[in-house]
Design a protein around this ligand. Sequence first.
Ligand code: ZN
Length: 297
Amino acid sequence: MTGAWWSRKRLFAEIENIVVTARKRAETATITVQPLRGNVSTLIGSGGNIAVLTGPDGKLIIDSGYATSRAKITDALTNLSPDPIKHLVNTHWHFDHCDGNEWMHEDGAQILAHENTRKNLATSTRVEGWDFTFPPSPAGAIPGEVFGDEKTLHFNGATIALKYYGPSHTDGDLSAYFAEADVLHCGDTWWNGHYPFIDYSTGGNIKGMIKAAESNLAKVTDKTIVIPGHGKIAGKAELTDYRDMLVTIYDRVAALKKEGKSLEEIIAAKPTAAYDSKWAGSFVNGDVFTKLVYDGA
Ligand SMILES: [Zn+2]
């Protein structure tokens, strides 16, 4: 069964498609700048959290938000420093992390990503969970450079370690670690305070999400500042809560599925109930997350 039944009827009930709505909302979104440590800051408010490294070599940016936020993101970047944009890294191919690719490239950014991110951006790609088919991205938005497993960049006196997670939220997720500042950007392998979306249409799965959460925990200490793809900037304690939530719900859903229960029966059993007050959102509620886990259990 595809995800279409729940995305249309349960999730995005009446009105507009979620992709269309999200892009429209971003036109009026407020962008908040949060300085983190050293010359690393984050821009919050347009799609996925954006990380910015400033300095005399120019700016290196992780994820580009929505294109409709261009003016406000440009203002926020200029207020941070006058350095031009030189590099853009995409944590994965989703529109709320890559829609700004084209204008950032126009403004001088070379785009770097995992090879599967380029593959998904370069072709027409459907996400069942959003009931939406993305057309191929314009040439300027497609990463000019890709890698397979890992890549280390040296820029503005900083070391930036990029590492592929393997299939998790999509098939192209990477982490970006600013070594000197001790700041880790996890992309959408971490949603702080929200049940995560998992994009099975482009290779994501719950087991990979749990593996990615474990790998994030292995990368951080109590001092590391951790940037989630969505939600507040936090650290190891919150990352641990998230991993525990994923594992507990996975175990419950997998046990019920093994007993031969149908998806409908498992949703009715409310395996997420104890977690919903903290993690359920309007986008991914407890029932939707149960289905996302069921599909990969
Ligand atoms: Zn995503």
